[in-house]
Design a protein around this ligand. Structure first.
Ligand SMILES: Cc1ncc(COP(=O)(O)O)c(C=O)c1O
Length: 443
């Protein structure tokens, strides 16, 4: 049974001609019709609502009697009063949803359906629930009063230490726990970097095609995005230098370019690092899924080549564990730790301590490394089992897609080639979530 909802009823209109009982009745009916209150949801008891609204008990009872008589609610004795199970209220005509210009792209960032190979989602069916439940119960039992107050705004010390150790071993990054800032996700990470190191009017290289949230977020902060093309070797650094040699930063996805999936080649990595060192520019390495690579060992992170302290490394638990954890991290160069601490003190509220403690235990006890191995195997098997385009670090997603599409046409699964966004819509409906690369292109 769900907990009592709508216990916070906004003040009633004392000047209205409608009696109070009718106003209360209308509010509950409206909440049920709009889906805010669902069948089976508990509503506050008449006694509790009487107290909260400061009205006579008879007024509340009159409203509840009317709702019950019309079949909206049911009194269940000790179990309280609930919205009638199985009720199918007639919905009021919904206001049209505002349409965003980039409807397709927006849907793929916060998907409302879960399909195989959906970009942005790990294999949710493989999440190690049993281990998580065990660690979760243990962490709750171990909680001390000091764990119940505000968490450290930089991140739980034990998690920062585990991340530092993990990065050293798995991604070749040498850093201390104090260089690690736990964030609530990529956008928070970019916001923290922008507040700390960038200013209004600065120019930043972004990959084209790229990951739209970066452009969106920087735009809101009045930082100008400079589109730099991507080819088989990743971002074309020479083009960036041609267009905006004095840019303050470059955001790159070196392990798997998003969305084309190519890796940034070694000569390009070195050229980027060289440009940053000469110009005192920053490189933001978005290593959102660097753990995954199916053809060989994962490439070391770009950060592992950073001799001049120009790279800020952004990692996340969204791809290996769950996006709903809302836990990510940033590694900042040693020289910038103090600056990031100052900015964090102003802007950050900290991430949930209990979740951080569970993730720390998960890493410490070796479950994280085992889970990554399991996921790697699973993805390579799933990509082989389905002759649909897949992600490797050597072949572009587009290339795979063309091959898959040709096979689909030849085997009669679809009869003609559609233009880019329609291919995406088609694929979403029939097979998998598919991203039209054109939706991530700046022209
Ligand atoms: C390119 C890219 N960067 C970063 C992220 C990570 O985002 P978050 O940590 O907010 O889940 C994603 C997730 O889909 C992504 O696709």
């Amino acid at each position: 049974m769900t907990v009592a909802k709508a216990s916070k009823i906004s003040p009633l209109d004392r000047t209205a001609a409608e009696p109070f009982y009718r106003q209360i009745y209308d509010r509950f009916r409206g909440a049920i019709a709009s889906g805010l209150l669902k069948p089976g949801d508990r509503i506050p008891s008449a006694r509790a609502l009487t107290k909260e609204l400061g009205l006579a008990r008879g007024t509340i009872e009159a409203a509840y009697s009317l709702l019950a008589a019309e079949g909206y609610i049911q009194a269940r004795g000790q179990a309280g009063t609930i919205v009638t199970p199985g009720l199918k209220p007639r919905m009021p005509i919904a206001a049209p949803m505002p349409q965003s210009n980039s409807g397709i792209a927006a849907a793929s960032f916060r998907p409302d359906s879960i399909l195989p190979f959906q970009m942005g989602l790990p294999a949710l069916d493989m999440f190690p629930r049993k281990i998580w439940a065990r660690l979760g119960a243990r962490c709750v039992r171990a909680m001390q009063p000091s764990d119940m107050v505000h968490p450290s705004i930089y991140g739980l010390p034990v998690l920062r230490a585990e991340i530092a150790a993990y990065l050293q071993v798995s991604r070749g990054i040498n850093c201390s726990p104090s260089q690690i800032f736990v964030t609530s996700g990529y956008r928070h990470t970019i916001e923290l970097i922008a507040h700390s190191l960038l200013k209004v009017g600065d120019r930043v290289w972004l990959e084209n095609p790229g990951y739209p949230p970066t452009r969106e977020l920087l735009g809101h902060m009045h930082i100008a995005a400079v589109s730099v093309p991507v080819d088989r070797e990743g971002m074309v650094i020479s083009d960036g230098i041609k267009v905006a040699p004095r840019a303050r930063a470059a955001v790159v996805t070196p392990a798997h370019q998003s969305p084309l999936c190519v890796s940034l080649s070694l000569p390009r990595r070195l050229a980027l690092l060289d440009w940053a060192a000469r110009n005192n520019a920053w490189i933001i390495e978005d290593d959102y899924d660097g753990e995954y690579r199916y053809v060989s060992r994962p490439l070391p992170a770009l950060k592992s080549l950073d001799r001049d302290g120009r790279v800020l490394y952004a990692g996340t638990f969204s791809k290996v564990l769950l996006p709903s954890l809302r836990l990510a991290y940033l590694v900042v160069p040693e020289t910038q730790v103090e600056r990031f601490e100052q900015i964090t003190q102003v802007f950050a509220a900290g991430s949930p301590e209990l979740t951080q403690a569970i993730v720390a235990a998960f890493i410490k006890e070796g479950h994280f490394a085992r889970h990554i191995q399991r996921m790697r195997k699973l993805w390579s098997r799933r990509t082989e089992d389905n002759s649909i385009p897949h992600v490797t670090s050597t072949t572009s997603e587009m290339g795979h897609f063309r091959k898959w599409w040709r096979n689909a046409v030849m085997s009669g699964r679809c009869d003609h080639v559609l233009v880019d966004p329609r291919i995406q819509t088609f694929a979403v409906r029939r097979y998998v979530i598919f991203l039209a690369v054109s939706s991530r292109m700046e022209r």
